[in-house]
Design a protein around this ligand. Structure first.
Ligand SMILES: Cc1cc2nc3c(=O)[nH]c(=O)nc-3n(C[C@H](O)[C@H](O)[C@H](O)COP(=O)(O)OP(=O)(O)OC[C@H]3O[C@@H](n4cnc5c(N)ncnc54)[C@H](O)[C@@H]3O)c2cc1C
Length: 450
């Protein structure tokens, strides 16, 4: 309880689980003057991950798949910060924020843990330093910038002898994120070639490395095989039953002993629960918090968890629900209901949900989908992918912006402008004192910045 006597609810994490719980609490508990609901998230926006590869491949503008939390929530308070520590016995959370990373100590009566997962490189040599990931908006922007920078470098005459590693792109992991990433990267780079006079199709190499026997195992063998065939037709080299074992100056090493001369490795082949969970004295399964069917953390009254960081029991199968956005957002709704029931009284609801379908875009207006047990492939599946995800993207403004991007894509080629965030060249006082004003602001300024 806070000093003003209000019941405090803290939601940690503003992804699919946390944000949707907060959006449902907007309509219930957040209206209650005796309750204060606060959402804490590192970024001040909600990221719509299913469209992330479209940002990396320049199909969509950088900010069109994210929504500012302040535009999504009015009554629920928002705190942009990093959760540093969770003290369950003391019922407090430590959050840092601001440029100086100062700390706040926030008490709670109810805590909702929705911190998602992080990338795991499994300690493979070189990956921590060199591999790119596909988890955040920054990751997608970084990949897009890298692709463009490599095209620029490879196009210059001085790089004629090192074009192979510059223009070889390896993606590890044949799940949804990996397949959609390699497909999008393949389309983007091949489309961009026409602007680089010294580069040709034969310079490019795209490799997808997957440990299983068929990619997209969640969609079944038939659709996986279809996706493999389509990608192979578009010159993606698919290595099944193979793992990436490391990356070094020489290139990407595979489990079958192959060395691929490549500078770029995108790793989508492993995640782990958020490391903050390790510090919690709760029952866990493979690092994820065990919850009951009402999404309450076992043995800790007032603590709730959902999404990728929780093991949510599936009543029908007796197994855990899969870590997907469609589950997390529905768990958010049920959790908000149960939290309101716990505070205001009323029956709780168990979480029951059957996966409706799964879809993947595999490039060149082609997709694969399984919806309610029915398989779709080709243009129809791609159209379903776009229609369904456009419908799911929060807020009309962003839907319209994405729809416009897609429409303009029919008329214009993809943008190849790099997104730079570093400061423009400056000159230090010491250098300034030694020069005349003309020198200081002339071409020497650029030279000094190199
Ligand atoms: C590239 C990609 C594509 C995907 N495509 C699909 C798809 O097509 N369909 C589908 O169903 N699922 C998809 N998923 C999976 C889906 O995104 C996840 O299952 C879903 O996001 C899980 O929701 P969550 O709330 O548990 O975690 P997240 O959405 O990851 O949210 C966790 C939030 O917590 C924040 N956070 C973490 N640690 C801290 C901290 N210490 N302090 C403050 N904030 C913190 C993070 O910034 C994040 O906002 C995809 C995932 C990726 C990466």
């Amino acid at each position: 309880m806070s000093i003003d006597g209000r019941t405090q609810i803290l939601i940690l994490g503003g992804g699919f689980g946390g944000l949707y719980a907060a959006m449902h609490l907007e309509k219930t508990l957040a209206r209650d003057p005796n309750v204060e609901v606060t959402l804490i998230n590192r970024d001040n926006f909600f990221l719509f991950t299913p469209m992330l590869h479209e940002v990396a491949a320049s199909d969509l503008d950088l900010t069109h798949i994210v929504n500012p939390v302040h535009k999504l929530l009015r009554r629920v308070k928002f705190f942009a910060g990093d959760v540093e520590a969770i003290d369950l016995p003391g019922r407090r959370v430590v959050v840092s924020h601001g440029f100086d990373h100062h700390h706040h100590d926030l008490p709670y009566d109810h805590l909702v843990i929705a911190l998602g997962s992080i990338t795991n490189f499994f300690n493979l040599p070189g990956l921590q330093e060199r591999a790119l990931t596909m988890k955040s908006l920054g990751d997608a922007i970084n990949l897009r910038n890298r692709l463009i920078a490599l095209l620029e470098e490879a196009d210059t005459e001085c790089c004629a002898n090192i074009r192979e590693p510059l223009l070889t792109f390896v993606v590890a992991g044949g799940g949804f994120a990996g397949v959609e990433t390699i497909a999008a990267v393949n389309d983007f780079v091949r489309d961009a070639l026409k602007f680089y006079p010294n580069l040709h199709e034969h310079h490019l190499r795209m490799v997808l490395v997957h440990p299983g026997s068929v990619i997209l195992p969640e969609l079944g063998e038939k659709l996986g095989a279809y996706a493999q065939k389509k990608l192979a037709e578009r010159k993606v080299d698919i290595r099944v039953n193979t793992r990436v074992t490391g990356i070094s100056d020489r290139g990407v090493e595979l489990s079958d002993g192959t060395l691929i001369a490549a500078n770029t490795l995108v790793w989508t082949a492993g995640t782990s629960p958020n490391p903050l969970l390790e510090t919690l004295p709760c029952t866990k399964e493979r690092g994820r918090l065990l919850v009951n069917e009402y999404l309450e953390v076992l043995e800790w009254p007032g603590v709730w968890a959902l999404g990728d960081c929780a093991v949510v029991p599936d009543r029908k199968t007796g197994k855990a629900c899969p870590p997907t956005a469609q589950h997390a957002l529905r768990e958010g709704k049920v959790l908000a209901h149960n939290l309101a029931a716990a505070i205001q009284g009323g029956p709780k609801k168990p979480f029951v949900f059957d996966t409706i379908g799964q879809l993947a875009a595999i490039g060149r207006r082609t997709g694969v989908a399984n919806i309610m047990g029915i398989n779709f492939s080709g243009f129809l599946a791609w159209w379903l992918w776009r229609t369904i995800y456009l419908g799911k993207l929060p807020r009309f403004e962003k839907k319209l912006r994405v729809a416009l991007d897609w429409t303009l894509d029919l008329l214009f080629s993809k943008d190849i402008v790099q997104f730079m965030t570093f400061r423009a060249p400056t000159i230090s006082h010491a250098e300034n004192d030694d020069r005349s004003p003309n020198q200081a602001h002339g071409r020497d300024v650029t030279a000094a910045s190199r």
